[in-house]
Ligand binder design. Sequence first.
Ligand SMILES: N[C@@H](CCC(=O)N[C@@H](CS)C(=O)NCC(=O)O)C(=O)O
Length: 203
Amino acid sequence: MPRLVLYGNRESGYSYKVKLALTLLGLEHEYRPVDLTIARNHRPPEFREVSRYGEVPVLVTDGEALVQSNAILMHLARTTGQLRGECDPDRTVEWLFWEANRITFSISNLRFARYFTNDTSPDVIAWLESRARADLDRLDEEFRTKDAFLLGSTISVADIACCSYLFWPEQTGIDYSAWRNVRAWLDRIRAVPGWAPPYGLLG
Ligand SMILES: N[C@@H](CCC(=O)N[C@@H](CS)C(=O)NCC(=O)O)C(=O)O
């Protein structure tokens, strides 16, 4: 059994993705929270050593560090043979790139602007919100013809990546009532054994 250490932060949807995947996979690991309010060059040396780009999450497996949440998700799916969905693996990669380009840009930055700062211009907030709404529209459209998960009847890393920043709607300031299919998909994710919300897993 490899020794796994996850560095993360409770406000980070990227960290939540990895923590959720490890939890659903039942992989024992040590979780080490990183205080991101500390300047990068003052963070603990053990974290700076493994965090190639100075960010969380980092998953260290038997001393080998891997960064970038979606790369870590792909690694976990490949090495465990689980959370892979039932489609061509290329579809998984498509969703992970879409998510990295869209959701973690729109929804995560909108949440940051609304909940963690108070100096973002209203124009920027309106623009981020329009991007977020377009992304929710796209996800909702996907589930018009699917009544399970993105890549089949079981949850996969594609679902984990795409849902992570959607579990803070009140902080993002978006009411999901217009996206019925997205809400149903999030409910299906909540029903997966072992699922817990971000603060439930990240403390
Ligand atoms: N593309 C990266 C993004 C990771 C990221 O932006 N993490 C943020 C926290 S949400 C971070 O660690 N920022 C460093 C800092 O605040 O100094 C991933 O998918 O893991």
